[in-house]
Ligand binder design. Structure first.
Ligand code: DC
Length: 335
């Protein structure tokens, strides 16, 4: 016998929502676990305290799951719990490993039992990765790891130490001893270099180019990739970068690659820079972006590249919300 876990959230505390979502959840559990009618021994639900419209067991019976005992309970109010969430445990007479099913952002309700999920989001500068990654992280209540910030911090360290970037040995000495930490405060990633918060200092066009330059050194990549893999093994997160799907987490089950034309990407960067008060021109932004693309694509170690098994999303004509929705939908369809 195996216990199969699952959960879903409701969009509203209404019977029609409960009926639709409970049916969907149970049908997905049945198909993911290849259950036959007689395999199910019993189904137990709990719903968060804000759900009053209907017991999930009733919705399950109405959906045709009536050949086994059904049970529902209501959870006490718990700080930090998801809103309008229904959890289920299906006991089934199977030997194979159970496949949990978490829908509509209910995946990490119980961090202690939820398995760690990693999402790889790669693509060139200005393809919309960071905006989209933040949205997806919020939706699934997971961390957003901005790996570019780590290469940027390495570049900033080189600037501070006055090293000659073309001299690999100098860069290696400085980056080899780097004190780099990534912390989260109020859901925002802070990049700490030698204990100081450099999150804003690393966002300049000069650091963009230098980050691209120093990231081509194998020892710089080795150091950053170790840190990225450690974080990804400890917490559920979406990582954005250039080589996440190909090199950092090649076995990651969720890989996305964002693209957009150079003009569209440069326009986005240009508008970001202008909003910060910079006087850059569109032409310079486009030139810098093309140079950085070429540098990132052509370096010998872990270049910017789409993984063979990544889902490609062309964001040229899409809003960030549309891209994030596409990604979330694809993930939900396959878990
Ligand atoms: O994503 P970004 O613009 O913040 O990245 C800055 C540079 O860092 C980018 O031009 C190439 C490098 N980078 C990388 O080589 N690998 C990553 N996973 C992330 C960034």
């Amino acid at each position: 016998m195996k216990a199969i876990r699952g959960a879903t959230t409701l969009a509203a505390d209404e019977p029609s929502e409960m009926r639709g979502k409970v049916r969907e959840l149970l049908e997905r559990i049945v198909s993911a676990n290849k259950l036959r009618v007689g395999d199910i021994i019993c189904i137990m639900f709990s719903s968060t305290a804000d759900i009053r419209c209907m017991y999930p067991a009733k919705a399950a019976r109405e959906a045709g799951f009536s050949a086994c005992p059904l049970y529902s309970s209501s959870e006490p109010e718990i700080d930090g719990s998801l809103d309008l969430c229904v959890r289920v445990m299906v006991l089934a007479d199977i030997d194979r490993a159970p496949k949990p099913v978490y829908l509509h952002g209910a995946r990490v309700l119980r961090r202690d039992v939820a398995q760690i999920i990693n999402i790889a989001l790669d693509g060139p500068a200005g393809s919309g990765k960071s905006t989209v990654a933040k949205m997806v992280a919020k939706k699934f209540d997971i961390l957003y790891l901005d790996t570019g910030a780590m290469y940027r911090a390495a570049a900033l360290k080189c600037v501070k130490e006055g090293v000659d970037y073309a001299e690999g040995s100098q860069v290696e000495r400085v980056v080899g001893n780097i004190d780099l930490k990534v912390e989260y405060r109020d859901g925002r990633q802070l990049t700490l270099l030698d204990g100081a918060d450099v999150s804003d200092q690393i966002r300049t066009p000069q650091i963009s180019m230098l980050a691209s330059y120093v990231s081509a050194y194998p020892f710089v990549r080795k150091k950053m990739v170790e840190l990225q893999r450690r974080i990804a093994s400890e917490v559920s997160c979406i990582l954005d970068g250039r080589d996440i799907g190909t090199n950092v987490l090649p076995d990651c089950p969720f890989k996305f690659y964002l693209t957009a034309s150079p003009e569209v990407r440069a326009r986005r960067r240009y508008e970001e820079e202008r909003a910060k008060g910079s006087s850059v021109t569109f032409e310079d932004t486009l030139k810098e972006l093309n140079e950085r693309d070429a540098q990132d694509r052509n370096r010998a170690v872990a270049p910017l590249k789409c993984a063979d098994d990544a889902v490609v999303v062309d964001t040229s004509e899409m809003t960030a919300e549309e891209v994030a929705d596409t990604i979330c939908r694809k993930i939900q369809e396959s878990i």
